[in-house]
Ligand binder design. Sequence first.
Ligand code: UD1
Length: 422
Amino acid sequence: MDSIVIRGGAALNGEIPIAGAKNACLTLMPATLLSDEPLTLTNAPRLSDIRTMTTLLQSLGAEVSALQSGQVLALSSHDLTSHTADYDIVRKMRASILVLGPMLARDGHAVVSLPGGCAIGARPVDLHLKGLQALGADLDLRDGYIHAKVPGGLKGAVFEFPFVSVGATENLLMAATLAKGTTVLKNAAREPEIVDLAQCLRKMGAQIDGEGTPTITIQGVDRLHGATHAVVTDRIELGTYMLAPVITGGTVECLGGRLDLVAAFAEKLDAAGVSVEQTPRGLKVSRRNGRVNAVDVITEPFPGFPTDLQAQMMALLCTAEGTSVLEEKIFENRFMHAPELIRMGAKIDVHGGHATVTGVDRLKGAPVMATDLRASVSLILAGLAAEGETVVSRVYHLDRGYERVEEKLGACGAQIERITGQ
Ligand code: UD1
């Protein structure tokens, strides 16, 4: 297993290009299953999660080729040879559940293993299932698999999510494009990845209104056709790299960054004493004064503060002046980075869904372990600011969501290297 070694203390200065969004790409790829014509995705990120989705789609008979070093994905689902998403692939990544809606909509049957993914709480898929049932699907849970069928085809319906779910909104949005009649999704997720998916589906011939608002209306069509679509910028990678100059005391321009993708996050940074400037090329970020100020953070569905930036924000607040409270409202077990940050000298008290963080003058390098995707990058940020050497092990979590992290940070002056096989 690889680890990453960081010698902290260097201020980061320069430019960091931001890739296409992992989470958008992971929902755009299964959209290929809705059509027998080719789908081409440009600006794709090069990540192990994307390779896992590639393997999953290929196991169903879809053709997926990575072109231009993986930045372009050519997908075609002309003939599906299987309708079973196997446990061995699905357990590696929760987003695998996103093949269920499209397969069911296209062919009226699908068998999908119950998913795995990051260990950040129970993370059930009941909303995906309830929504598909509302569209007429007949579901049976047996041997760890969802057996789904809908002999006469899906039928449009009104479905209100009891709470916001990104994945369930995506699954239902895709399924509803081929359902007979009109589907109205209420209390739908509003994330930029949903908007991106709707835009791609529209290019494929879907009739969708209201994406980016809590009510999405889909008028089912008989078939979808091929399309080419550029994956939206990764707002979580953007937010992560925006913190690199803040935690180390430098200035970095995040290329391709857009303020509208990270507005709630940028507002908190502003309150903490950080300058975020939209330039023609991206977002330029630096600290306004010496140390940042403590701020309180509550994670919420978009447009609120994203749970996927909570761990990274905690790393920053470990070095802030004063005491901050972070409240995690999306996932119940998402403070696993806290004990690792404490090993680096952070003062954090976790109580239920809250973490109280009292800033210290300086973090200290230590051997730490990545527990999930966003936790792993929070430890890297902490390591960049810490005195001495930090070794982050189990970085396979990191490779699921961040491409060439050592290269991107190294180009801005970070002393960071990957040690393979440890
Ligand atoms: C997506 C993102 C993930 C992000 C999360 C919240 C992808 C691939 N992943 O995950 O990075 O952290 O949104 O922004 O896009 N829930 C249920 N039943 C369900 C579905 C969800 O109880 O059927 C719960 C979850 O356990 C969680 C909350 O709803 O507590 C929100 O989860 P959801 O928005 O569905 O997250 P994901 O789509 O899995």
